[in-house]
Design a protein around this ligand. Sequence first.
Ligand code: AMP
Length: 286
Amino acid sequence: MNVIETTAELRRILAPVRSQQHIAFVPTMGCLHEGHLSLMRKARRLADIVIVSIYVNPMQFGPNEDFDAYPRTFEADAALCEKEGVDIIFHPHNLYPADGLRISLKVDELDNCLCGAARPGHFDGVVTVVNMLFNIVQPDIAIFGEKDWQQLSIIRCMGDDLQMNIEIIGEPTYREADGLAMSSRNRYLSPDERNLAPRLHEVLQYMRDAFEQGESSAAALIRQGRAKLADAAIEPEYLEIRDANSLQSVTTIETPCRILIAAKIGSARLIDNIPLDLPEHAMETV
Ligand code: AMP
């Protein structure tokens, strides 16, 4: 496994292999856990060369967010990548010009809701850095987690709208045994908060059960979910049901949808989502 820190070096190594070998790319911010590893395993199954980037992107953090505190665990991350058969870790120190970017990407509409509403500019930062990384790596495929559903949707749109020749693949959310979605931010949880955190997924499942038993009104499902959260003394930042593809809000569930939640548990802002599939679409059981 190679660890590469500069764009020039990565380009030099990839130039001779590009035409013959299929390249899969997994962008991450490090502090790797099983969720990230599941993306790498998917990449390993689908491609000849697996490249993982580890870069904590300053542009996607707001002024009062956890950029400085974000856990950086490069040595442990590199050992995990090696074990998963990753070929190259791209670990740049900085991807931005010293005077800042003169040109960046902007998300329209899709970031007015959910995490985008609470984190202004966050998804502009995400698409700008992912676009940069795509230009550097030029992969055939790129794997992203469904845990960050809005991010995955926005990146798919970026690929379509900007005519990128990269297949975007979503990988289901990897969970702890008690259902908590794995996240680098779970390490911020105290033991009591860690015990409370699986309630987010429980509430999503409870809402999906109600849907499967015949409730198709989004408002009714959200009311039931909010009541369950209140029982656990959790005040969500949002709890919403949206069309899985367009992210538009829905009143009745008639197309494949997602239930999405964000909540602060202690100082950790956690997110999760699960699918609401109509019977003919039911394929996933996360
Ligand atoms: P991050 O380093 O947290 O920005 O995440 C890097 C990639 O890993 C993103 O595509 C995330 O959606 C994905 N990811 C993070 N947590 C999980 C998880 N629990 N299951 C699956 N994918 C995940």
